[in-house]
Ligand binder design. Structure first.
Ligand code: F6R
Length: 603
């Protein structure tokens, strides 16, 4: 993971770099650092902790300059300490490097450099890079050649930015980790992700693997691995800078929960026409040849994938969901009629990219369902469908889950029509309900019951979440959200599975959140009775008209009654609010939960 950023301007860069790092903290927040160049030498400040700690440290140094690089870290090699924080430099302090990714052959390189007298001050894999570059500079090579020769030695995945003491240029490259150039008027930028510099420019160039870019105040020049010039187009991103800011909310997560109606309107905009689905990227007939669908994803996106699988299977399409990290190692059989859909908010999750690559190598067709235009998944898959949820900064995914599922409903309808020649049976009602979804989510976010419920039902020894059908994926998602931001034990189950083991854990100290979609009400009711018999309180989250559930459960949290295929999306918003308010009550680090990062670019 980690976030890297860089700026070269005709004015001082420090403040902009610190702001960029704050916008990238969702990628990691173990330690942070900045290196500035003042025309003849480098000054480096770095420390364990968050960017706010670095900001306080820098307030005393007066360090500044026109050219700078910055880093916010999620540790992979070496604990989060001042020494392991980036930027890293070589023995002579001539070079500063920030890196996102993993250098797989760092141990051999470190050993080799040691035998030539280099001394290392950190445990990181990154530190070999500035030492290699300094050797090349010492041999009389110019900075760009030295950079190229150093990266030629690296194996692994990386996005790297480098500055040297006497050259007002930032050199950078990528291989498997994201890197974007921001093209400004009086300054140019580089970063792992667009929100880093969105307040300064919306004009971006997405770099490809092995591109080497040299960025100066006057522009940027891209070359391939052999040094030949390459032209990459400048694209304009249509994200509003305010989308990437917290506004009046206490946390990004709460802001993003409340943004869901707007995000869904964007997701659906122009994609439903009366009783037809209009996906510009996928005209009618696009999926005629598809005989099987596999969804690969991680975490929250995996739960959205499960929801999609449930819809597709219900509509007669052969579909399975796979945990991407497992699929990458133990791939399921595919052929040229298999469509493998990578569900990934960031489009940069290493496990998902590897699963997609494995499917592609074996001849399957791949499709990225992602939020990020220009992401690796979007660029490397055969097709991409963008969920258009806007930037999500909180580490816990919220609005992107709703937009992923809504997109899967649309994509599923397209697939069914292409494969079977007929629309789904009740498509008219479902599409109507989908159009009303933003309004229904708004009704949920305006409801304040979740705050009181989260306080009343905080368990002493665990929290269980159950559901049937598509509500099973939401039970898993509700538990994931709860555990990742409260640090309390939470587990999701298929409602019918409790009696096959987990019921042994159920006591009066373990509240159970039961998600109902309005279908199979009797079955869920029996499961609730089984739980209550063991003394556990049950909080039912179900459509307002599920009166028998309201009567049976100890607490009832209603959601608008809509098409049963979509109810669980609304229930999920209630569960997001419950997790948020429980974590807030416990004073947890909601936007940056311990040990986690938003974009997991390591396998
Ligand atoms: C949990 C969460 C993670 C991500 C997972 C996949 O709230 O955000 O579980 O869903 O790391 O990330 P993407 O969707 O970017 O591939």
């Amino acid at each position: 993971m980690c976030g890297i950023t860089a700026r070269v301007g005709d004015d001082d860069s420090l403040e902009a770099l610190l702001g960029s790092l704050e916008n990238l903290e969702y990628r990691g927040y173990d330690s942070a650092g900045i290196a500035m160049q003042n025309g003849s030498e480098l000054a480096i400040s770095k420390c364990e902790g968050e960017v706010s700690d670095l900001r306080s440290e820098l307030a005393f140094t007066g360090q500044n300059g026109r050219v700078g690089i910055g880093h916010t870290r999620w540790s992979t090699h070496g604990p989060p300490t001042d020494e392991n924080a980036h930027p890293h430099t070589g023995c002579h302090g001539r070079v500063a490097v920030v890196h996102n990714g993993i250098i797989e052959n760092y141990a051999e390189l470190r050993e080799e450099l040691r035998t030539r007298g280099h001394e290392f001050t950190s445990d990181t894999d990154t530190e070999v890079i500035p030492h290699l570059v300094e050797e090349e500079l010492g041999a009389g090579r110019d900075a760009e050649t030295a950079f190229r020769r150093a990266i030629d030695r690296l194996e692994g995945s990386y996005a790297i930015a480098m500055i040297v003491d006497d050259d007002p240029t930032i050199y950078a490259t990528r291989n498997g980790s994201p890197l974007v150039v921001g093209v400004g008027e009086t300054a140019n930028y580089l970063a792992s992700d667009v929100p880093a510099f969105l307040e300064f420019t919306d004009r971006v160039v997405y770099l490809e693997d092995d591109d080497v870019v040299a960025v100066t105040v006057d522009g940027h020049r891209i070359t391939d691995a052999t040094g030949d010039p390459i032209s990459r187009s400048i694209e304009t991103v249509d994200w509003d800078p305010e989308d990437a800011e917290k506004g009046s909310y206490d946390h990004y997560m709460l802001k993003e929960i409340h943004e869901q109606p707007m995000a869904l309107r964007q997701t659906l905009h122009g994609r439903i026409d009366d009783d037809d689905v209009v996906l510009e990227e996928f005209p009618s007939g696009t999926f005629d040849d598809v005989s099987r669908v596999q969804l690969v994803a991680c975490g929250t996106s995996y739960h959205a994938g499960m929801y999609g699988e449930w819809l597709l299977s219900n509509w007669g399409i052969d579909a399975d969901t796979h945990i991407a990290s497992e699929y990458a190692a133990y791939p399921a059989p595919v052929d040229e009629n298999t469509l493998v859909i990578g569900v990934t908010q960031s489009g940069e999750t290493a496990d998902t990219l590897e699963a997609l690559a494995s499917a592609r190598r074996r001849g399957a067709r791949t499709l990225a369902l992602t939020n990020v235009i220009g992401s690796t998944a979007a660029r490397t898959c055969d097709d991409a469908l963008f969920i258009r949820a806007g930037p999500e900064i909180g580490v816990a995914a919220t609005k992107t889950f709703s937009s992923q599922v809504a997109s899967l409903v649309l994509l599923g309808e397209r697939l069914v029509r292409d494969v079977t020649g007929e629309p789904t049976e009740d498509h008219r009602q479902r599409l109507d309900a989908l159009e009303s979804l933003p309004e229904h989510v708004e009704m949920v976010t305006q409801d304040t019951l979740a705050t009181a419920i989260s306080r009343r039902w905080l368990g002493e020894s665990g929290h269980f979440f159950i559901g049937r059908g598509n509500a099973y994926s939401v039970a898993l998602e509700g538990a994931l959200k709860f555990k990742e931001i409260t640090y309390e034990h939470a587990e999701g189950f298929a409602a019918g599975e409790l009696k096959h083991g987990p019921l042994a854990l159920v006591t009066p100290e373990t509240p159970v959140f039961a998600v109902g979609t309005g279908e199979h009400r009797n079955r869920l009711e029996s499961n609730i009775n089984e739980i209550q018999t063991r003394g556990a309180p049950v909080i039912a989250i179900a459509p307002r008209n599920a009166t028998e559930l309201a009567d049976t459960a100890d607490e009832f949290l209603p959601v608008p009654a809509t098409h049963p295929d979509l109810v669980a999306i609304l229930a999920n918003v209630q569960l997001q609010l419950i997790a948020y308010h429980a974590a807030d009550e416990m004073d947890r680090s909601i936007d940056k939960p311990r040990n986690l990062a938003k974009s997991v670019t390591v396998e």
